[in-house]
Design a protein around this ligand. Structure first.
Ligand SMILES: Nc1nc2c(ncn2[C@@H]2O[C@H](COP(=O)(O)OP(=O)(O)OP(=O)(O)O)[C@@H](O)[C@H]2O)c(=O)[nH]1
Ligand SMILES: [Mg+2]
Length: 421
């Protein structure tokens, strides 16, 4: 079969290996499938809460919208603007992944919220991690807050917002050729305009301030709400994901906007890890066999799985329309590079067609699975009914997922081209 390389087979999430072992233990396919289904449902129920805090007007609500993939004027967006001060912790569930909840917190250091009682007032225990935003330099109360979060064993991330404004302000000092207009003898500005040098200076300045306040090895992410594919927003997304444990990592990752090649690759890799459970869960149901396939599959579950992959990679009409609007491109231009079916086109018939296609190589896949994913191999080995359906489903899901990830990357490239125009 084209595209199956044993070396590329994914590792299963450690938590899921235990579930799989338990499922496979008795060699009863129906029971094993039920256990696999249970493990998947549990993973789907995982909730993630994180808080966005910082001074009034620093860009908290804008960031809450950005990380949920929304524009500031979209339905469900948090109110933003110069006078829209957030006064109470407010929950903003992700529009497509409601178990990811971003909390917009009131600014610290205001009369109502003093540094020493702030965390208690905003319900510290609720949050998995914190994002502390500043659009200038981080202040004493930002540092005190970070230190308290650290003492209580949770993660925090410093985000320096509105860097587009800094760049625009700096650019005013340079002419059209990018040469410094006035050259005072003592200027700190470089002769030639350099975006990266300005960004480095902002980052360094924030880090120095944090170190002076007692933070050890602080990290600062530079972000512009206007341009999420650029600056440190993609790096921030990756860091947040990397520093979460197993299932929570996947929960957050699936909800993140596809703004970089790296985040797409991470999504693909993490989703790969669930394919074993999904195939096992779907290949033993007390349903009538599909004519011509001679094996029972839970096709409605597979339809859902494929639609979920489309959602994870932004491959549905709604997500594409939003992206086209944000990127200021005709939707047809994005669709032109998509090779796999969109979510709306996924039906039971399509799933059966795909299964039929992959069934032809089932014996070969079976051998590969046995060798490379021993727990799944064990099911195939000891339950003859699974010998065809499990590897067929496994490689159908894997190939669909890989194709979706490749489509999402091509869409991103079209969007980024627009950025460079
Ligand atoms: N240019 C630019 N403007 C931004 C950015 N982020 C936020 N803003 C603007 O800054 C202003 C304040 O942003 P908000 O997101 O409302 O700030 P906030 O921290 O929620 O404010 P409060 O709730 O009042 O504390 C708004 O006019 C935003 O449009 C950014 O990255 N770039
Ligand atoms: Mg606000």
């Amino acid at each position: 079969m084209a595209g199956v390389d044993a070396k590329e087979l994914p590792k299963i999430l450690e938590e899921d290996v235990e579930a799989l072992k338990a499922a496979v233990g008795k060699g009863n396919l129906t029971e094993a499938a039920a256990k696999a289904k249970e493990a998947l449902e549990m993973a789907d129920k995982i909730t993630l809460n994180f808080a966005v805090t910082g001074e009034a007007g620093s860009g908290k609500s804008s960031f809450v919208n950005a990380i949920r993939g929304l524009g500031d004027t979209d339905d469900d967006a948090a109110d933003t603007g110069v006078n829209e001060t957030t006064m109470e912790p407010t929950a903003y569930p992700h529009p497509s992944y409601p178990n990811v909840i971003v909390w917009d917190l009131p600014g610290i250091g205001t009369p109502k919220f003093k540094s020493d009682t702030y965390l208690e007032q905003v319900g510290f225990s609720r949050y998995d991690f914190f994002i502390i935003i500043s659009c200038t330099r981080f202040k004493t109360h930002d540092i005190e807050l970070a230190q308290e979060i650290q003492r209580q064993g949770k993660n925090f991330y410093f985000v320096r917002s509105k860097v587009d404004q800094d760049l625009t302000n700096e650019k005013r000092h340079y002419d059209e050729e990018g040469i410094l207009k006035q050259r005072k003898a003592a200027t700190k500005r470089s002769h030639q305009y350099s975006e990266s040098a300005i960004l480095d200076a902002i980052r360094e300045n924030c880090i120095k301030g944090l170190e002076a306040g007692g933070m050890v090895s602080p990290r600062v992410f530079l972000v512009s709400r206007q341009d999420l594919c650029n600056y440190d927003f993609p790096k921030l997304q990756e860091t947040l994901v990397d520093e979460l444990p197993g299932h929570k990592r996947l929960t957050l990752l699936r909800s993140l906007s596809n703004v970089s090649k790296e985040i797409l690759e991470k999504k693909k890799q993490q989703l790969h890890r669930q394919i074993c459970l999904k195939s096992l869960a779907s290949c033993a149901v007390a349903a009538a066999p599909i004519p011509g396939l001679s094996i029972v599959y839970d096709t409605s579950m597979l339809v859902t799985s494929l639609q979920e992959y489309c959602r994870d990679f932004g491959l549905n009409e709604n997500a594409l329309a939003t992206l086209a609007r944000q990127a200021n491109k005709p939707i047809a231009e994005l669709k032109a590079v998509i090779k796999s079916p969109l979510s709306e086109e996924i039906t039971k018939d399509l799933v059966i067609k795909l299964l039929t296609k992959y069934m032809a190589g089932a014996v070969q896949y079976s051998t590969i699975l046995l060798k490379c994913v021993p727990v799944v191999g064990a099911v195939v080995g000891c339950v003859s009914a699974a010998a065809v359906s499990l590897p067929t489903t496994y490689f159908m899901l894997k190939n669909f997922l890989d194709a979706d990830a490749a489509d999402a990357l091509r869409v991103l490239e079209v969007v980024m081209e627009g950025d460079r125009d």
